[in-house]
Ligand binder design. Structure first.
Ligand SMILES: Nc1nc2c(c(=O)[nH]1)N(C=O)[C@@H](CNc1ccc(C(=O)N[C@@H](CCC(=O)O)C(=O)O)cc1)CN2
Ligand SMILES: Nc1nc2c(ncn2[C@@H]2O[C@H](COP(=O)(O)OP(=O)(O)OP(=O)(O)O)[C@@H](O)[C@H]2O)c(=O)[nH]1
Ligand SMILES: [Mg+2]
Length: 456
């Protein structure tokens, strides 16, 4: 028995079409009670997955819209339960009255992600596919869409299950010797098992190597604008996001707190963080801001080091350069190219490798910056789309699986008894089971679906 959930599945704003969605044992009856087909044949008696034209009724029984409705009987539906949908005009008021009608028929408001959670619980999707649904909804670049769509079709899950099956084979070999737990594993078995563990390790290392790319394709690249006060960091942030997000003045020390904004550049999403110019200061507020800048820089995958190209470099520039150089990747931006140049570009180029002459004021050079970002974070086209690890949960589970396999390999090499190695292999299996959701605790599942939209 599952209770009946209902939600508005479309965005909460006026639009062309809006969708009400239901799932659960009472879904078809509830939809049938609030939707009157023009043909006279009740919705509950219609065929699956047909669109039926008719009238949507409000809580008081009056007609509130002309609509299309459809039903899917369990288990042939998205959730695996009885489901129903009403497609009406995309009016927030019509949708909320329609939802109210459904509540009167015994449905309750769906929680965020609850439809997809039910699909997962009924085995319609594994956990990587369910996560892909949320990633697809949030995708901001074509590469992010390709990755999420591939993962939704099950590519990552299959790759993980292949490793899982390999480890199950190892278990099978062990069970053959487990009847004699105190015996050492004979050399023949040890070789077969060793080979299978090698393959599992290779596959897991390969999977973990995808995480860097998967993470920035799916979640964006943490990117810090660093540089001395007045270099033009906030002006560049504004130029990149396309509106006056941060305050800009000619007073050094204008930006106090870190300012975060997302922007698309070179086919990647940058999670841009504008910072307080790095410098020694007596001002308490600014000092705290500089401290935040340092933290942001420490977590950044890309530092955009902003220099004022119209003035000779200062001691503060030198300090900023040293700090930025600690980031995994640095692009040196020589800003204010609309003014006469006062710095040695060749020297900077030698020092940072990547250099871009730009003007936040005119926008000059930002296209070249986009090109450099694209080079640093290649999305790889279709190659591997869908089989990348994209979030910390997946990566942590894969890492735990790899560690278990490595422990098993060490134990095997040391010639310990079979049941000791077996424990390691079982832990590896359990980590992989968490990754696909085959074995996962309810509280972990709950956390994953909380980040979904209502109605998804
Ligand atoms: N209107 C609408 N659009 C939508 C969805 C939806 O639920 N409603 N989806 C969901 O969020 C996504 C599509 N995903 C879906 C996946 C499976 C089934 C489904 O009914 N599967 C059945 C029947 C398949 C068939 O006809 O062959 C099955 O697998 O048994 C429906 C939607 C995106 N677009
Ligand atoms: N001519 C010219 N002026 C610029 C350019 N970019 C920034 N400026 C000016 O430089 C001054 C400082 O700019 P901001 O963007 O506030 O500099 P900041 O690095 O954020 O400074 P703090 O927040 O103090 O660390 C302002 O007067 C800007 O108008 C540019 O490309 N050309
Ligand atoms: Mg600033």
């Amino acid at each position: 028995m599952s209770d009946t959930i209902a939600a508005i599945a479309t965005a909460p704003a006026p639009g062309a079409i809006g969708i009400l969605r239901l799932s659960g044992d009472g879904a078809i009856a509830a939809a049938s009670a609030v939707f009157r087909p023009a043909s006279g044949l009740p919705l509950a008696e219609q065929q699956d997955r047909r669109l039926i034209y008719g009238a949507l009724l409000g809580p008081d029984g009056s007609v509130i819209d002309q609509a299309l409705a459809t039903i899917s009987r369990a288990p042939h539906s998205y959730t695996g339960e009885d489901t129903a949908e009403v497609q009406c005009h995309g009016s927030p008021m019509v949708l909320s009255l329609g939802l109210e009608s459904l509540f009167r028929q015994g449905a309750r408001q769906a929680l965020p992600g609850e439809f997809t959670k039910r699909a997962f619980l009924h085995g319609r999707l594994d956990l990587t596919q369910a996560e892909a649904v949320a990633d697809l909804v949030d995708a901001e670049t074509p590469a992010a869409v390709r990755q999420a769509a591939g993962q939704l079709s099950g590519v990552l899950g299959r790759r993980v299950r292949a490793v899982y099956d390999g480890l199950v084979d190892v278990l099978a070999h062990f069970h053959a010797v487990l009847d004699y737990p105190d015996e050492e594993i004979d050399p023949f078995r040890s070789e077969t098992i060793g080979g299978a563990l090698d393959r599992a390790r290779e596959a897991l290392e390969g999977l973990l190597a995808t995480y860097d790319r998967g993470r920035y394709i799916c979640g964006g690249v943490p990117c810090v604008l660093a540089g001395r006060p007045n270099a033009g960091k906030s002006s560049l942030l504004n130029a990149l996001v396309g509106y006056e997000r941060a305050i800009v003045t000619d007073v050094p020390g204008t930006t106090r707190d870190t300012v975060e904004e997302r922007c698309r550049l070179g086919g990647v999403v940058l999670r841009l963080i504008d910072t307080a110019g790095l410098r020694e200061t007596e001002d308490t507020v600014e000092r705290l801001g500089v401290e935040r800048s340092r933290c942001a820089l420490a977590a950044a995958e890309l530092a955009l080091l902003v220099l004022d190209g119209s003035a000779p470099l200062t001691v503060e520039d030198e300090q900023a350069m040293e700090q930025a150089a600690a980031a995994p990747r640095v692009i040196c931006l020589v800003n204010k190219s609309d003014l006469p140049l006062a710095v040695d570009l060749e020297r900077l180029k030698r020092r940072f490798g990547r250099l871009c002459v730009v003007s936040a004021a005119t926008g000059e050079g930002l296209d070249r910056l986009a090109g450099q970002v694209a080079e640093l974070f290649p999305t790889g086209g279709d190659q591997g789309a869908g089989e990348l690890l994209t979030n910390a949960r997946q990566a942590a589970a894969a890492r735990r699986a790899l560690e278990s396999v490595e422990r098993a390999q060490t134990a095997l090499a040391a010639g310990v008894t079979a049941d000791a190695v077996l424990t390691d292999v079982e832990q590896g299996l359990s980590a992989l089971g968490e990754l696909t959701g085959a074995s996962i605790r309810e509280d972990v599942t709950a956390r994953i679906f909380e980040r979904f939209c209502v109605g998804k």
